[in-house]
Each structure stands twice: as C-alpha cells, then as structure tokens.
Design a protein around this ligand. Structure first.
Ligand code: C2O
Ligand code: CU
Ligand code: CU
Length: 465
C-alpha cells in the first residue's frame, strides 16, 4: 500500500515524471519492496519472457531526497542467484548497503538499507551484480534508475526545480522467438548489442514536454552499446551533470557520447512550436555493431502554449576548490578479460589504497576494442586523455577507452572505507574476469585540504553567452 502510493506519485504515465510523495510513518525513511521475477509481456510486437524488477521495463525508479534512508525489501523470484548494486552512489560497500559480494538465492528475501548521502543528489541506477551472471540478467531486462533529489530540485527559484524532470533509462535489445536473444559465444567477446534502442522500455517514444525546460536524466543501461546522442535539429545539447554530479555550469556539446553505465543529465529548452528529437548515431567499438533500426531515440513535443519560459541555468554546482595532490600513482591495464593482466578472483584483494588519500591512476587500454573502467563507491576526476587535459572538469564513476587510450584519473578515497570492485562495464567482460577487488583500509583522520566536493574546476566553455 505504502509502496504503491509512493510509486504512483513518482510515475505519471510515460517518461517517468518525478513528483515524489513521502509515505506516512517515520520521517526520513522510505520503505519499498522490489521483486525480480520472470514476466511475460508484450514488447516489439511479440509476447516475450523477460526478467524484470516488479514486472516493469525498466525497473521502477527509486527516488529519494538527500539524507533519506531507503529500506528496500528485495525478493529473488528468479531461478538463479542475484543481488543488487546501486551504481554510482557513495554509500557503504558492505553490510546491507551496496554489498555486491552478497548472493541472494532463488526464493529468498534480503532487506537492503542505506542513506542517500547529503550533497550527492543526482542520477544513478541499479542492476544485478552477482559475478558471472550480470550480463545475462541485465540483458533479460533487470535494471532501473535511481534519482536522488537535493536543494536544486527543491529551491523554487532554481531553474532545475522548474524543469520537466524525466528519468530516461536507455538500453538496446534483440529478440529471438519469445525472449531476448541468448548470448552467442562471440557476444562474450564483443559485448551483447541489439538493433532496437528502448527509451523507458519503448521504441521511439513521443512525449509532451510539461515545461519549457526539460531535464532528461539519461542512463545508458545497455550491456555494451555506446550511444552517440545528438539533437536532430543540429542544435547543441546542454549537459548539466555527468554520472550523477552536477557540473559547475552547463556545458554545450554537439554530440554526447554515453558508454554503457554512464549517465548524463541533459537540459533542453523547448521551442514554442517545434518538437525536439534525440537521435543516436552509429558508434563502433572496434567490433561489429548491429545498426539501430529506431527512427529516433525519443521525441519531445512542445509544451502547452501558456507554460512560462524557463531559462537555462547559468550556474549549477558553482566553483569548486582546487584539486589535491595525489600521494600515490598506479597504472592499470585493460585487455580482453583481464585487468592488470589478471582475471578476477573472488577474495583476492588487488589494490589497497589508504583511506583519506588521493591517488592518480593511469588506466591504459592495451586491447583491440573499446573497454570501460568503472569504480564502485569512490568517484574520480578525469585529468587527461592521451596526454591532453580533460575538456571540462567533472566527477565520474565510469570512463570509456578506445584501443590505445591512456586516461589519468584522480581518485580521492574519502568518505567510505571497505571492500568492493572496479571493472570494465561491458557487462560480458566484467563477468568473464575484467574485474579486480579494491579494499580501502580503516578510516584515518582526514588531514588534507580537500573534501570530496572540492575536486572540480570550471569547464572551459559554459552554456549561454
Ligand atoms: Cu554498474 Cu560494478 O557496476
Ligand atoms: Cu557500479
Ligand atoms: Cu571490456
């Protein structure tokens, strides 16, 4: 009942409009139940069997305010073990929080509980993380978005609070008979892709904007596909946030490249009388990629004529403090099915940074196709790619590397301690061993001048004038 009320408030029809209502009861606590199970439903003109969270594709959005505690009773009704990972959130990597070493057997229930950190409002997502089964479970349909709301969404003077705020989970799909096409041997190498791109579970949806400013919280929940997104009218896209973190100010780009697991919050000022169409251009990852058959990704129709204009915000996160000097450097190599030359082994700790320090990691793709690098629990600030400074500063949890790419990342090991993983987010590659274990030791008193909020500089080019 409580759960139903909560979700009904969040999702009004298509496009997952975010308008949260709090359930009655303990203040600051949000109780939800979530079930993973096989479901038959209509998709792409067929009756198909998918594995879904609460019978929905994508899974129901989890929407919280900063500082709220989610108590999530999760039931596994799949015929095999699974678990949940809350991708991108800075929450404890153990216990009942973002514990990916847990295994929830078929028929069992586990109650997750964690608090959305203050200062971390943004767009995240959840998906299974039982090593070896991640790719097939995600491919069958298991993934959903997470939105943490903060002061920007609440302040009535903020443009973001007046925007039509939409969570859009993107993924590609191919059907074979009455189910998602099963993995073929080469899919484990290439990463599984399909010719249909689903935005919120639909091919080429058309939505009516509810405000002159639309915020699309885009989540690339594909197993492997990298998306090159652009407006069909050739106008730039304004990026407000990447991987959940607001940029200091909006940054305009001709084209947005979103690798699997990356998120971008994009702002679109709707014209009074024209639709805005988002398209996906082909992007090759060094392996054959099935062409998308979608006419477009999604289309926004102009809002009703009487809705007031909302300008693009000029400032978002605001100016950051200067970055801290890294105390230790490491190099990590990515190649097919290995990270740093080794395959994942459960229980082996590969990297042990000291809590409270900043490290600079040089990540090198020594393979022949694209790989990505994702770190749980701690974000990183990209410093340079192939020797060139990052075009604008941001905090990410996933970065994409073409063959030969060298990316330098500064990682402050602040706030959380514990044991978790880093891996390639081509889901098939992670499952086949491109993953390592990191353990950040017991918390030490933080002595440096830098907090986790203080490691971004201004982008080169702000939107607007
Ligand atoms: Cu999307 Cu290990 O994570
Ligand atoms: Cu993750
Ligand atoms: Cu990879």
């Amino acid at each position: 009942m409580r759960r139903r009320e909560f979700l009904a408030g969040l999702v009004a029809g298509m496009g997952a409009v975010l308008a949260p209502r709090r359930p009655a009861g303990e203040p600051g606590l949000v109780e939800l139940a979530l079930e993973a199970r096989p479901v038959r439903r209509r998709l792409l003109g067929r009756d198909v069997e998918l594995w879904l969270y609460d019978g929905r594709l994508p899974g129901p959005p989890l929407v919280l305010e900063e500082g709220e505690t989610l108590r999530l009773a999760f039931t596994n009704r799949l015929p095999e073990p699974t678990n949940l990972h809350f991708h991108g959130l800075r929450i404890p990597p153990g216990g009942r929080a973002d514990n990916i070493f847990l295994e929830i057997p078929p028929g069992e229930r586990f109650v997750y509980e964690w608090t959305a950190p203050v200062g971390e409002a943004g767009t995240y997502w959840y998906h299974p993380h039982r090593h070896g089964l991640i790719a097939t479970q995600m491919w069958r349909g298991l993934a959903g978005g997470i939105v943490v709301r903060g002061p920007h969404e609440r302040d009535p003077d903020s443009e973001l609070a007046r925007a039509d705020d939409r969570l859009v989970v993107l993924r590609d799909l191919e059907l074979a008979g009455d189910r998602p096409a099963p993995h073929a041997p080469h899919d484990w190498h290439a990463g599984k892709e399909g010719p249909w791109l689903l935005a919120d579970g639909k091919v080429a949806p058309v939505w009516r904007a509810r405000a002159r400013l639309v915020r699309l919280r885009l989540v690339n929940a594909a197993n492997a596909r990298t998306l090159r997104l652009a407006r069909a009218d050739g106008r730039p896209l304004a990026i407000a946030a990447l991987d959940g973190h607001l940029l200091p100010a909006p940054v305009e780009v001709e084209e947005l490249e979103l690798a699997a697991a990356q998120r971008a919050d994009v702002l679109i000022r709707m014209p009074r009388d024209a639709a805005v169409t988002l398209v996906a251009r082909p992007r090759h990852r060094g392996v054959p990629t099935p062409r998308l058959r979608n006419p477009f990704v999604l289309r926004l129709l102009p809002p009703p004529a009487d809705v007031p204009d909302v300008p693009l915000p000029r400032v978002l996160a605001g100016p950051p403090s200067p970055p801290a000097a890294p105390v230790r450097r490491r190099t990590l190599t990515l190649a097919m099915f290995t990270l740093d030359g080794r395959r994942y082994r459960h229980g082996r700790v590969d990297i042990r940074p000291r809590a409270g320090t900043v490290e600079r990691w040089r990540v090198v793709n020594v393979g022949t196709m694209d790989h990505s690098f994702h770190l749980h629990t701690w974000f990183f600030r990209p410093v340079a790619r192939n020797g060139r400074p990052w075009p604008f500063d941001c905090r990410l949890d996933t970065v994409d590397l073409r063959p030969g790419d060298v990316v330098e990342l500064d990682i402050p090991f602040v706030r959380e301690t514990g044991r978790t993983v880093y891996h390639c987010h081509v889901a098939e590659h992670g499952d086949r061993g491109m993953m390592g274990t990191i353990e950040v030791g017991p918390a030490l008193p933080w002595s440096g001048p830098v907090s986790s909020d203080a490691i971004c500089a201004f982008p080169r080019r702000a939107a607007g004038r």
